[in-house]
Design a protein around this ligand. Structure first.
Ligand code: LLP
Length: 421
């Protein structure tokens, strides 16, 4: 459920007409709903009710500080994967003890910054990383709380580019090697082993792979405790999928997921951490774009938008489907016709949809890409020297620009021409 609904014949974001925002901000732009962000966070928080837990939002999904603050004010922690994300979370006011540092290639300077600024835990992905964290922590006179990310060799049954829990993936330590790595970790002076981490992939639409992975984590918890480790926190990753179409998709609900966690891991009396990104932000954001031209091709019509693959890369990169809806509500039973919906970037990959049935549209009409809140704005680039599109946050009848559209000078002046040229 989200808060982008038609009312009186036009699309609203909560209580604000999307067309009003377009008139004020220009197109294209990303638009988020505070109520949807809040609702989705709350669903996870409620799903884990009764267990000690923290929902650490995977901020890679959408990392504007206004979004981070909205969630942090509700009690969310943050899952970060870079020094930049760590700094951004801190800038948004998230305390260090609510920030989890994940990621397969943390650099020395990133590790140092997190130890100095405060960190809830590092999710360690390799033995060399473990040694480096210990060494830096020791040099700072600190001990670093860590979990080891184990790779359970489970097929998440999702798109190959976003599956992470198979042994061929670059992530984590093979679960079969885990006991040896924990034994090693326990000897390191700068390390405090507190738990286990697992994350098997993104856009999971079936709970079965989670169940397989979590049963393995439960077994490992008992083995590690028998080995003398004080395993007290389990980070179960993110990845719960969302419906990308209005029609027939019905991925599991956070409440089903919470019940699964309780059933598989509840008896261990560990603090539970989860790292959802997409389910919190995905359907809390749309990309609003305007039709520049309608072009009649041979046997097909092209809808040429002012938004492009640099603004929303998911269709080009993962063949992802996004529902695209007109901002003016089509009258019931309105005729529909097929369009190839494309952007202005100079490559054929800049195609959002082929043969998409839409009501007739004209130059100047507004459309909205639904489910674009996660991995939309954050994956945008300035390809073709197209400015990053602004981000807007709606709340009730208010809206605010939370990231401005840069002007061309800001972009161009980042280049430096060497004095010898
Ligand atoms: N935790 C870790 C360690 C992760 O690597 C990820 C996502 C998450 C949590 C959050 O997963 P989520 O709940 O959002 O599924 N750009 C791709 C998705 C990449 C996901 C990467 N890792 C896309 O647009 O589909």
């Amino acid at each position: 459920m989200d808060h982008f609904l038609y009312r009186d014949g036009e699309l609203y974001a909560e209580d604000v007409p999307v067309a009003d925002i377009a008139a004020a901000v220009g197109t294209p732009f990303y638009l988020y709903s505070t109520a949807t962000l809040t609702r989705h966070f709350q669903l996870f928080d409620d799903a884990l009710d009764g267990m000690e837990h923290m929902v650490c939002y995977a901020m890679k999904a959408a990392s504007n500080q206004a979004i981070l603050k909205t969630l942090a004010d509700l009690g969310a922690g943050m899952d970060v994967v870079s020094g930049g994300e760590y700094a951004r979370a801190k800038a948004a006011g998230v305390p260090g003890d609510r920030i989890v540092f994940s990621g397969v290639g943390k650099t020395r300077s990133e590790i140092r910054a997190a130890l100095e600024g405060g960190i809830r835990q590092f999710n360690v992905e390799s033995e060399p990383e473990l040694f480096v964290i210990s060494e830096i922590a020791e040099s700072l006179g600190k001990t670093a709380p860590i979990t080891v990310r184990v790779n359970p060799d489970v097929d998440a049954k999702t798109h190959a580019k976003i599956a992470t829990g198979k042994s061929e993936n670059k992530f984590g330590i093979p679960i079969a090697k885990a006991r040896a790595v924990y034994a090693e970790a326990a000897t390191l002076p700068g390390i405090d082993v507190i738990g286990i981490d697992v994350h098997i992939g993104s856009q999971l639409t079936d709970l079965a792979p989670y169940e397989l992975a979590y049963l393995k984590v439960a077994e490992l918890t008992e083995q590690l405790r028998a080995d003398g480790h004080d395993i007290r926190r389990l980070d179960l990753g993110g990845g719960l999928g969302i419906p990308y179409t209005r029609s027939n998709e019905a991925p599991p609900l956070p409440s089903d997921y919470g019940a699964l966690i309780k059933r598989t891991l509840g008896h261990l009396d560990c603090e539970i951490e989860i790292e959802p990104g997409r389910l919190i932000a995905g359907n809390a954001g749309i990309l609003v774009s305007r039709v520049i031209y309608v072009k009649e091709g041979e046997g097909r019509n092209f809808l040429i938008l002012d938004g492009a693959m640099n603004d929303l890369i998911r269709p080009a990169m993962y063949d992802a489907h996004h529902d695209i809806v007109p901002v003016v509500e089509p009258v019931p039973g309105a005729e529909q016709q097929p369009y190839d919906i494309v952007g202005p970037v100079c490559e054929s990959g800049d195609t959002f949809a082929r043969n998409r049935m839409m009501p007739p549209l004209q130059a100047g009409d507004l459309v909205a890409f639904r489910s674009a809140g996660a991995y939309g704005a954050v994956m945008a680039s300035e390809y073709n020297t197209r400015p990053l599109v602004p981000e807007v946050l709606a709340k009730g009848d208010q809206f605010a620009v939370i990231r401005e559209r840069p002007d061309f000078d800001e972009i161009i002046n980042r280049d430096t021409i060497p004095p010898w040229l």
